[in-house]
Structure formats: C-alpha cells, structure tokens
Design a protein around this ligand. Structure first.
Ligand code: ACM
Length: 385
C-alpha cells in the first residue's frame, strides 16, 4: 500500500523560545501562554492547510546567550526555520546572527528600542514612535519636564533612554539623573536610587527596568513614601504581570505606555480575555506581551495559509502586509520594515491591578523603527489625542 499524499498531513513544526524560569519568567511565561493559546486555537480550527502546528519549545532560563544556543539547535538539529520568542533585546541580539546566517524567521513579540530591521525578523511589539513619543508628551503635559531615568543595564534601557533624552531635550525638558542596575538587581540595589530621587525631586521617573527587578524598584519607591500622583514611575515595560507580582497597592497610580491593556474595550479583546482565563485560570491577566505573542501566531497562520510552505523567503513575502483583527484593534505587518503597525495607549494602574486607559490613538500608528518620519518633537507623537 502506498500513501502518496501522506507528507501533506505532516505537522508544521515551529520553534518557541521563552524563559519559563529565571528572572525574566515573570513576563516570558505569559508570552509562552499567549503563544500556546493561539497554537491550540489554530489547531482546534483544523490547523493550517489541514496540518497541525507543533511547537518545539526550549526554556533559555533568562540567559541571553542560551537563546542563541537554542536558536541554533532549533534550526540545525530540529530543522525548524520559524521561531517565536525572546523578550529582552539582548536575547533577540543573540538569536539575530543565527536566523540571519541560516535564513530563519524570528517572530519577536516585545516592545524594543527600534533602530533595527532584519529581513529575518518580524517585529510585533512597539518601537519608539509607537510608545515613547506619546509617553513623553503625556508626562510633560501632566507632570513636568524634569525626568529621572532608571534602567536595567543592557541595550534596550540604554537605547530607549537615548531616544527619550533626545525627545525630551527637543521639547525643552531635561534629564536630572540616570542610573542603571544589574538585571539581577534586588530590593536593596534600588535603595540608593530612590534616596537619590527623593533628593533630586524630578517631575517623573522613567523606568526601563525589566523582569523581576521591576517589582523591587516599585516596592523600594513605595517604601520611602513617594507619591505616584505627584511623581509617577512611567514605563514601556511594566504590565499587568509585573503589577501582580509587586502587589496591586504598590503599582497603583503608575503609568505605562503600551499597545494593549487587558481592560481595553471591544469584542475581539473580550473574547481573547475570556479564552485566556478559561485556559490559564480566572486570576490570570492578559498584558501587552501575551497579546503580541497571541496575535503574531495568527498573522503567521494567515500568511502560512497563503504560502503553504515554511520556506523563509516565500513566507516572509506573504507576511508583509498581512492584517489581523487583534485584541488591541486591527494590526498590520508594515511591508516597509517588517514591524507591525500598532495602537498607542497610555494607561494608569488602578487598585485592581489593571490599567485605566487615559489616552489612545485613533488608529494604528505606522511602525517607523528608525524615526525617519519624525522630528524629535512630541507634537508629532503619532496621532494620540
Ligand atoms: C526589551 O528588552 N526589548 C524590553
């Protein structure tokens, strides 16, 4: 007996690389969940071209170099060409040479510092023109122009602060302090920083601290009695996940700019949140990173349905221009850069650990990772109202 069509029902194998252990797991575990939810949903609907998606998953344990190692293993030993993963820019930078050398496709669902556009990456998190510019404008309009920068010590915080400093200065503001801590920082590492903040009295603190250290920064701030109504911590990375880890009372009043919050209105989001809670528990909250991890799988599925091959050249050509009605609103992979056109929102954390949306764009903001179409004036901050 022969099975001439057997190969056409073989599953599509895809790589998944998120840290489910270590100091980044507070957020990357949720990215893993968003990825899994979408895969299960796509498979329940019959797969793609009748073929199931099967994830080949590794846990790099919050070690940036391990992402490069596992990306290589995925592509060479597991013969996988499409990989979904990475939160930190240092982990993306570790995977980049692998996917570029072996012609793979990395789907990256995290906001980052911009100024990169690899033909081997699809970027579905915000770049600075989709979050930093609007955040800077909001903070200057509502709190003042003297900013204090505190960040984890790696590429995203340093580069994100470079952009924020330029925008701030172009609009008459100033940076009154800039401090970096290890990604492994604990509570006591933030004590001299919050003392410095008390002494310098900036109008706002711009945090690019990531992972578990986020919890310690906000707790140290609360412990010295600083008041978010007068001098909030503003961030591009503090989501519902970090707020749950630090305590709702500790997070209350602080500001985050993001494309998505669990609390935004609309049926697409309502349905997404219900499905997420059904799968991962009533207390589980969605966040911007879960959402990007989820919708990028659906963008991939739409493109793969057309391409019917995981060949990177063919698939990428299909991905560019693909649109999906994501929980945040309609998103599109911008063909100019391989970055998604995303919504811009500003949220303030409330006592329930959720964000009240206090500002949002009227439509998705075109991705402009090199800030080509922008001066550094916040008046050009997308179309945020
Ligand atoms: C980041 O490292 N891109 C948050």
């Amino acid at each position: 007996m022969s099975y001439p069509l057997q190969h056409t029902t073989a599953p599509w194998r895809i790589g998944v690389l998120f840290s489910r252990t270590g100091f980044m797991s507070v957020i990357e575990e949720t990215q893993y969940q968003g990825t899994l939810l979408a895969i299960e949903e796509i498979n329940a609907a019959g797969g793609i071209c009748g073929r199931e998606l099967v994830p080949v998953s590794y846990d790099p344990g919050s070690d940036s170099a391990a992402y490069g190692h596992y990306a290589k293993r995925l592509m060479i030993e597991d013969e996988v060409s499409t990989i979904f993963g990475c939160y930190t820019s240092s982990s993306r930078k570790a995977v980049l040479p692998v996917v570029e050398r072996l012609n793979g496709l990395l789907w990256y669902p995290t906001l980052y510092e911009g100024f990169e556009a690899s033909p081997n990456v699809i970027y579905t998190g915000a770049s600075p023109n989709q979050n930093s510019l609007a955040l800077c404008r909001h903070l200057m309009d509502n709190y003042g122009s003297r900013f204090y920068f505190v960040g984890s010590d790696y590429i995203y915080p340093r580069e994100s602060n470079r952009v924020m400093r330029e925008v701030l200065k172009a609009n008459g503001g100033s940076v009154v302090g800039e401090r970096y801590v290890s990604v492994h920082a604990r509570w006591q590492d933030f004590l001299p920083i919050v003392q410095d903040i008390r002494r310098l009295r900036p109008d706002v603190i711009f945090s690019t601290v990531v992972g578990e250290a986020t919890v310690f920064l906000y707790q140290a701030y609360a412990n010295v009695g600083l008041d978010p109504r007068k001098m909030p911590i503003a961030s591009l990375t503090t989501t519902e996940a970090e707020i749950a880890a630090m305590g709702f009372d500790v997070g209350e009043g602080h500001i985050t700019a993001a494309s998505y919050f669990q609390g935004i209105e609309g049926e697409a989001n309502g349905s997404f949140v219900r499905k997420f809670k059904k799968r991962f528990g009533e207390d589980a909250s969605t966040n911007m990173c879960v959402e990007a991890s989820y919708f990028q799988l659906h963008l991939f599925a739409k493109a793969l349905e057309q391409a019917n091959t995981l060949d990177t050249e063919v698939l990428r050509a299909m991905v560019l221009g693909t649109t999906f009605d994501a929980p945040q609103g309609t998103v599109t992979v911008n063909p100019n850069s391989g970055h998604a056109d995303l919504w811009t929102r500003i949220g303030r954390a409330n006592r329930q650990g959720q964000f009240d949306v206090i500002n949002q764009s009227r439509e998705a903001v075109h991705a402009d990772p090199f800030l080509i179409g922008y001066g550094r004036a916040t008046a050009q901050a997308g179309n945020v109202q």
